[in-house]
Ligand binder design. Structure first.
Ligand code: ARG
Length: 561
């Protein structure tokens, strides 16, 4: 039952000056439950009615239909609604159990949402920095789907650019094929780090690197062969990680894919007189937007990250006809995306307004930035392996006879890392401490998983009963909070999408797990009485919503752990 809607309709009947949608948007959930379950503020009627809000609230209460509510009363300028708990709980449980997709809505009307996510750079390890883009993007895709959109997950691999020229030049100088084959990414990183160190005293190295990249762009055979070999080896390693996380993509069109699509962009820019020369390079002036110039083409004709992103944006619009195009990329690239949108706008593409950079905060280690060049990197691969090890130890201790121990340890270990990342607000920075990520108590993914496994175990003990959906009232104050949380799941799914914020779901799942555990600690569930059916329905509903919340985050919910 959607109580908020019902309340809005009830109010609308006595407040003709406002439409339903406005009323709905004004209804609040008071922080303090003693102020009611929902409240409607009357301030915005004061002008029209030329009356004090307090008086308006009193008038509304005297006119409003109160059946279906435990109480409706005016407190100051608010009309407070108290729900009938038993009725509300029963309605809520019936709704969850009757639907196959409780929490989902069709707001998106099947519109396409492209999501640029993960997008690691070839020949570099996928670091914790890319984990955030991967898991936030994946979760946003699931949340978009739950809101009725069709997400398209695009891995815009960093497989093109001057850095490949540098790598080739490094490889030609110091590289050995056997060494690369034995340990590809680490070896390539080693060359790359050495290149940067030596270039500090020999700046001509940078020119050599640029020349190699130019060769690559011009289709030189040797350059192309090296490039595709580096790419292949790197992708193999990335795929292992994606498999570990059980994350897939609809497209791996990386930067190189746009190599033959950039001339058209440059031509259009020229036609529209947007390109100007600046120190030999071709740029778009964005001073009127308060932005730095966007570099489109270097003196030697080589293209840039920006050029490829412009081609990619246009390709995505033509190919996917998106209603929104999201880019889940760290906050340090904010200006890049502002420039990209501004250039597209100048080119006359009105749809550039539908492009959204979804920035996220930085992960630091002991307060310091991570970077491949400095060698200060945490490898996602290692973090996941350590986390799975810790999960295995926990299971060995708590549930040594568990079947599928390895599978569950994997689900719990990787789930811990993913959940930890997503429960932090997207824009916040956080310092990474392995022990915290893989903690199994407190605000963690494993706590939510464990709560769900507990619910599942109750249902197993009850022998997976057939539930009677006409008998769902529970006469127990302790269950109120849990029922209200279950009922708010629809709102949570909408809010998570509106704010592009998976942490809304993660925090919600922690609240629901806590509320249910509190109820479970104080009330007996498996007692043969006339409310057993309703209590088992509650456990079923809680497990459903916890499982679905975790799924929206990209975290598995094992039935036993
Ligand atoms: N490869 C880039 C990096 O690691 C991220 C690419 C983001 N996507 C994009 N379309 N620019 O910084």
């Amino acid at each position: 039952m959607d109580y908020k809607n019902q309340i809005a309709e009830t109010i609308a009947a006595v407040v003709p000056e406002l439409d339903n949608a406005t009323i709905l948007s004004k209804i609040e959930v008071p922080k303090d439950a003693s102020m009611g379950d929902y409240a409607f503020p009357t301030f915005l009627l004061a002008k029209a009615r030329r009356m004090a809000p307090q008086q308006i609230a009193t008038n509304i209460v005297s006119e409003i239909a109160t059946d279906g509510f435990k109480e409706v009363k005016a407190v100051g300028p608010y009309v407070n609604f108290f729900l009938d708990q038993a009725q509300f709980g029963a309605d809520t449980l019936a709704e969850v159990l009757r639907q196959t997709d409780y929490g989902h809505n069709t707001d998106g009307e099947a519109g396409h949402i492209t999501i640029d996510m993960s997008s690691p750079n070839i020949a570099k390890p996928m670091s914790m920095g890319h984990l955030r883009s991967t898991v936030i993007g994946n979760s946003l895709a699931e949340i978009a789907k739950a809101n009725g959109y069709q997400p398209i997950k695009i891995n815009h691999l960093g497989d093109w650019g001057t850095q490949f020229g540098k790598l080739m030049s490094a490889y030609k100088r110091w590289g050995s094929e056997e060494e690369v084959k034995a340990d590809p990414i680490n070896t390539l990183v080693k060359y790359y780090v050495r290149f940067h160190k030596e270039a500090e005293t020999q700046p001509e190295l940078n020119d050599e690197g640029r020349a190699w990249f130019k060769k690559l762009e011009d289709g030189d055979e040797e350059a192309h062969e090296l490039w595709s070999w580096f790419r292949e080896e790197s992708l193999k390693e990335f795929m292992e990680l994606y498999n570990d996380l059980d994350i897939d993509f609809d497209s791996f069109n990386g930067e190189a894919f746009y190599n033959d699509k950039m001339d058209a962009v440059i031509d259009t820019l020229k036609e529209k007189h947007l390109l100007v020369e600046s120190q030999g390079a071709q740029v778009v002036d964005l001073e009127d937007e308060g932005l730095n110039v966007a570099m489109i083409q270097r003196t030697d004709g080589a293209t840039l990250y920006m050029t490829r992103d412009l081609a990619a944006a246009i390709f995505r619009k033509n190919n996917y006809n998106f209603v929104k195009s999201l880019y889940v990329v760290g906050g340090e690239q904010r200006e890049h995306f502002m420039q990209m949108k501004a250039v597209l706008k100048k080119m006359g593409y009105e749809w550039s307004d539908d492009i959204e950079h979804i920035p996220f905060g930085m992960i630091t280690v002991d307060g310091k930035k991570l970077s491949t060049r400095s060698g200060r990197i945490i490898l996602l691969k290692d973090v996941l392996a350590d986390s799975v090890k810790l999960a295995t130890a926990q299971i060995d201790e708590k549930n040594p006879n568990l079947a599928n121990k390895e599978v569950v340890a994997h689900e719990v270990g990787t789930g811990a890392v993913v959940f930890h990342d997503l429960m932090n607000e997207r824009l916040g920075n956080f310092d990474f401490k392995l022990e915290e990520v893989v903690r199994f108590e407190g605000d963690t993914g494993p706590y939510v998983q464990y709560t769900n496994a507990r619910a599942q175990s109750i249902l197993r003990k009850a022998g997976k009963p057939e539930l009677d959906l006409n008998n769902l009232s529970i006469d127990d104050e302790q269950v109120w909070e849990t029922e209200k949380l279950v009922a708010s799941f629809n709102d949570i799914v909408r809010r998570a999408w509106r704010d592009r914020e998976p942490s809304v779901i993660a925090k919600y799942s922690l609240n629901l797990a806590r509320a249910f555990n509190k109820y479970y600690a104080n009330s007996k569930i498996l007692v043969e009485d006339d409310q057993l059916n309703a209590r088992l329905a509650l456990v079923t509903a809680v497990s459903y919503v916890l499982t679905e919340s975790l799924r929206l985050l990209g975290v598995k919910a094992p039935k036993e752990m």
